[in-house]
Design a protein around this ligand. Structure first.
Ligand code: ADP
Ligand code: MG
Length: 319
């Protein structure tokens, strides 16, 4: 007989992540209870992953769990928040125990790595696989890195490399045995993005605005510019590319418009540059200055002979 709802929760979703003094009550009641740390604000965010929209339905369940939690952790990183807890709402076409064991394994590995406990959720049957995680973090009151605050003269930085996750889309259905090293690297970047939590925290008080790159660099920088009511000039030759992507003709296009990178894009005034470089070094996060914020609205780059042109800011859109 198929496993029941409560048996499923007990078997696959209890004791995921560390115990935490901030969690007064975890899984098993109508609500979990959190004791917010004194003097801090809670940061909340939810992200939903739909099978065959955000990941291939037949992908490795442990990798899918990693991606689901990591994308949520990335939102905390982009606010400069520290992880506190998360909940998991699962919609499953069937209670497939092999799939659930793999998913639970990946979720546990990620929750342990980032020291974040699973404190509740919901489990339902539905026509297709949907994974919805709500994440809770905390940060000192008033210290959040928001999208508003970029000012003319600020530098625009990005962490890590861009476009790798977009490159992975071409190999999502390739059998593992046929993948070369570059393709395996792209897939790792797609399934296991690195939430820049420690670095995001270090940017508090230094960055003027920040966002994590989920829709594509140009689109997400566009969100900072819209919220900050300002523009930017980007030197596309400076976009950070991995060794694996650099040789591809689509490299710049993927870096500008490919989604799913989960790197940080942030702005900062020149007087904080040295401190930011030091934070990047201390947290071992590579950063690249790719442009600057300008008073004129829009997103610009340079073409031949130094001619300034508008940069298409389109990213991934669901509707
Ligand atoms: P209720 O009916 O009161 O909403 P449920 O019967 O849905 O509660 O869930 C029972 C308990 O198990 C709750 O504490 C809930 O938070 C938890 N839970 C349900 N599904 C999951 C899941 N997928 N992961 C973690 N906890 C879950
Ligand atoms: Mg419920």
């Amino acid at each position: 007989m198929a496993i029941g709802e409560f048996e499923l929760i007990a078997k696959f979703f209890t004791d995921i992540g560390p115990r935490s003094a901030a969690i007064a009550l975890g899984i098993g009641d109508d609500c979990a209870l959190i004791d917010p740390p004194a003097g801090r604000q809670l940061a909340l965010s939810a992200d939903t992953l739909v099978a065959d929209v955000h990941f291939p339905a037949h992908g490795d369940p442990a990798s899918i769990a990693q991606k689901a939690l990591r994308t949520n952790l990335s939102d905390l990183a982009a606010m400069g928040a520290e992880p506190l807890a998360f909940t998991l709402a699962l919609t499953l076409p069937a209670a497939d125990e092999t799939w659930l064991a793999g998913f639970s394994h990946g979720l546990r590995a990620c929750a342990d790595e980032f020291a974040i406990p699973l404190i509740g959720g919901d489990t339902t049957r539905g026509p297709q696989l949907v994974i919805s995680i709500q994440i809770v973090g905390s940060l000192p009151r008033g210290a959040a890195l928001t999208r508003a605050g970029a000012q003319a003269g600020d530098s625009v930085f990005v962490s890590g490399t861009l476009g790798d996750a977009r490159a992975a889309l071409d190999y999502l259905s390739t059998p593992a045995a046929l993948l070369d090293d570059a393709q395996r690297f792209f897939l790792r970047r797609y399934y296991e993005p690195t939430p820049r939590l420690e670095f995001g925290r270090a940017l508090r008080g230094l960055a003027s605005a920040a966002i994590d790159i989920s829709d594509g660099f140009a689109a997400d920088l566009g969100h900072i510019l819209a919220r900050s009511d300002i523009g930017a000039e980007i030197d596309t030759r400076r976009l950070p590319l991995s060794g694996a992507l650099r040789t591809r003709v689509e490299a710049i296009d993927f870096a500008l418009h490919g989604g799913d990178d989960y790197e940080l894009c942030f702005t900062a005034p020149p007087q904080h540059r040295a401190a930011i470089v030091e934070c990047a070094r201390a947290t071992a996060v590579p950063i690249t200055e790719v442009g600057r914020v300008v008073a004129e609205h829009g997103l610009f780059t340079w073409a031949e002979q130094g001619r300034r042109v508008a940069l298409n800011a389109a990213g991934y859109r669901h509707f």
